[in-house]
Each structure stands twice: as structure tokens, then as C-alpha cells.
Design a protein around this ligand. Structure first.
Ligand code: NAP
Length: 336
């Protein structure tokens, strides 16, 4: 009988790719969704890429990060927990707790139920936003931590940092439980269906050509297929326990993204010009999305992926290829 993995947030962009890898590797997967009506959507995204017998190894459970119902039962008989579910909105909410509460309490709910069920192995999808230390220069690596108390730390970065910290603290106090975190940059790459999250939404916004200029801010993309593979490798390599792993390629600035996409789709009106900082300051007065990136203008966030290369044997899809794959999916599916 193959091992059973509980995968939370299975309706998500990244989780569908993780599900594909887990089923492809022969695991049984109990996939959690908060809306049971979305089980068919998840099946339809993943199963056509696999042998027909994979369908027999996929089951669903309905769980909400903010409710206790169902967690204990869902973790019964499970060998490992892969926890990806966490809110990732494109704009920061008015009340940061709208993100922090489900992220932190949801992580603790998952871990508490795992402990009660005797599940010893946990892989958590964190983020580079839990790594980047605004007070330091770049490059940074897994030894760095975001300071959630800085006024410039967004609600999302705070939610991911506090959730990851809570997970490490929980595991430190739980003998026999082993945690690996995967800390991805901007996750791009092909879509498995028409549902997409905020990172793909950013590419869609550039492709849609509604913004005349783009902010000069560079951060590292990573292909979703690499992110999914890292979750699988974490599960399969016991030596990754107790470690954080950055999943990121070389940084791209938003105007560079515009240039790459313009070269691919010359007939589209894709912006490539750098938005001057005074203009952004003005826009930030009205647009919370612009406000949240203002402190990052002019910065190049470069994160080392050396640990993932050496300890997980990863070789990353180049950022430009991941970006082009996102665009091809969006255009091929007529989503932009
Ligand atoms: P996504 O497509 O928006 O997926 C988020 C998942 O979390 C969805 O399945 C969503 O369920 C679930 N979720 C949110 N709030 C929930 C709640 N209260 N109860 C139960 N489930 C809830 O985003 P994604 O990009 O795949 O992100 C997945 C994970 O990767 C998140 O932890 C995110 O922070 C992390 N991450 C993403 C990126 C990136 O660039 N995409 C980078 C670094 C880290 P519904 O479908 O029902 O809303």
C-alpha cells in the first residue's frame, strides 16, 4: 500500500502541480479543498496527465483553515502532510489579520491534527517573503528572515513569516515531527486549468497592457514545476528535514518582464517603460497595490538557490522561460 499524503489547498495553482507530482510518484493523496464543489475541477486539471489508475489514489476532504471541523479525521492514516493552503490575494487587505489569522491558525490547525494522528513528516509551502530581510543587502539565503515588525512589511509577508515561524516553533516542541519548508519566489509557469492565483495574475496584468508603465522592482521568479518537484524531493529525502529551501531563479524586473513578453507577442500593447517614482508615489495614494510595492522600487531581490541545487539536486527552469510559459498558457486558454 503506498504512503498517503494529505495535501491542503488542492484547488490552488501550485497545489495542483504538487498533486500531479505526488500522484505521478505513486502516492495516495487526500486532497483538501474548502469548497467540495471544486473536487471535479481539481480532478479535471490533474488526472488527464496521469495513468488512469491514478484516479483511484486520489480522495478529497473538505477543510477550512479557519474552522476546526474535519482536521482530525482528515489526518488519520496519513504518512505526511504537505501544507500549501494560505490566502494569497493580489492586493493587501485593509485589516492585515484577514491574512495573518488564516495563515497562522491554519498552519497550527494542520500541525495539531498531524501531531494527534502521529504524522511525523511535514512539508510547508512558505515564501521568499518570509526570507527577505529589508534591513540587509542582497543576495540573501535561507539564514535570513523577514522582520514582520517593520512598517514596510506587507500583510502577506507578515502572514507567511508568522506562519512559518509558528511551524518551526511547533515542530521544535513536538518530538518525532520533522519539517521542511519550501520558500518560493514569484511562481510562474504553465497553468493546469483556467484557475490561477495572484502570481499568474501579475503576468496577465502586464499582458493585458492596461498599465502604461511598470515599476522598477526586480524579484526572482521560479517555475511552478520546479516548486512542485521540490515539495516531492523534500518528502523523499529525509536529509531535507529541519531545513528551509529557497525556490527561485535569477531576478527579473517588471520592465524586463514587459520586454520579454513584448518580444514574444509584438502585436500586443505590452508596457516596457519604467514608471518614475514620483508617479508611483501619486498613484499609491489611491491604489493599495502600488502602495505595497513602493518601498521596493529600485531594489533587486536576489536570493541564493544554492541549497536547493546542492541538497535537492535542483536545476531551475530559467525565469524568462517560466514567464513565457505563463503567458503561453494565459493566451492559449484565452484568459487574457
Ligand atoms: P492560490 O492559487 O490562491 O492557492 C491558495 C490556496 O489556499 C487555495 O487552494 C485556497 O483555497 C487556499 N485557501 C486560502 N484560504 C483558505 C482558507 N481559509 N481555508 C482553506 N483553504 C484556503 O495561490 P498559490 O499561488 O497556489 O499559493 C499556494 C501557496 O504558495 C500559498 O501558501 C502561498 O502563500 C504560497 N506561495 C505562492 C507564491 C506565488 O508566487 N504563487 C510564492 C510563494 C509562496 P480556495 O481555492 O478555496 O480559495
Amino acid at each position: 500500500m503506498p504512503d498517503t499524503v494529505l495535501l491542503t489547498g488542492a484547488s490552488g495553482f501550485i497545489a495542483k502541480h504538487i498533486l500531479l507530482h505526488l500522484l505521478g510518484a505513486g502516492y495516495r493523496v487526500r486532497a483538501t479543498i474548502r469548497n467540495p464543489a471544486r473536487a471535479d475541477e481539481v480532478r479535471a486539471a490533474v488526472l488527464p496527465h496521469l495513468a488512469p489508475e491514478a484516479a483511484d489514489r486520489l480522495a478529497f476532504a473538505t477543510l477550512d483553515l479557519e474552522r476546526d471541523n474535519g482536521w482530525d479525521t482528515a489526518l488519520q492514516g496519513v504518512t505526511a502532510l504537505v501544507h500549501t493552503a494560505s490566502p494569497f490575494p493580489i492586493a493587501q487587505p485593509r485589516d492585515p489579520d484577514d491574512l495573518i489569522r488564516p495563515a497562522v491558525q491554519g498552519t497550527l490547525r494542520a500541525l495539531t491534527a498531524a501531531r494527534a494522528a502521529g504524522v511525523g513528516r511535514v512539508v510547508l509551502t512558505s515564501s521568499i517573503v518570509a526570507v527577505v530581510n529589508e534591513a540587509k543587502g542582497f543576495p540573501q539565503d535561507e539564514t535570513d528572515w523577514c522582520n514582520p515588525d517593520l512598517p514596510t512589511t506587507t500583510a502577506y509577508a507578515k502572514s507567511k513569516t508568522l506562519a512559518e515561524r509558528a511551524a518551526w516553533e511547533f515542530v521544535a516542541g513536538t518530538p518525532g515531527m520533522q519539517l521542511t519548508t519550501i520558500n518560493p519566489g514569484l511562481v510562474l509557469g504553465p497553468l493546469l486549468d483556467d484557475a490561477f492565483g495572484s502570481s499568474v495574475g501579475l503576468v496577465r496584468r502586464i499582458l493585458a497592457g492596461k498599465d502604461p508603465m511598470l515599476p522598477d522592482f526586480a524579484f526572482p521568479p521560479v517555475d511552478v514545476r520546479d516548486v512542485a518537484l521540490m515539495h516531492l524531493r523534500a518528502l523523499e529525502r529525509p536529509e531535507t528535514a529541519g531545513r528551509r529551501f529557497i525556490a527561485a531563479d535569477e531576478p527579473l524586473s517588471m520592465p524586463q518582464m514587459g520586454q520579454i513578453l513584448r518580444a514574444e507577442y509584438p502585436a500586443r500593447r505590452i508596457p516596457t517603460m519604467v514608471a518614475p517614482k514620483p508617479v508611483l508615489r501619486l498613484l499609491a495614494l489611491f491604489d493599495p497595490q502600488v502602495r505595497s510595492i513602493l518601498p521596493k522600487i529600485g531594489k533587486v531581490e536576489r536570493l541564493s538557490n544554492a541549497r536547493a541545487r546542492s541538497e535537492m539536486g535542483m536545476s531551475f527552469v530559467p525565469a524568462a522561460e517560466a514567464l513565457k510559459a505563463t503567458a503561453a498558457s494565459l493566451i492559449g486558454r484565452r484568459l487574457v
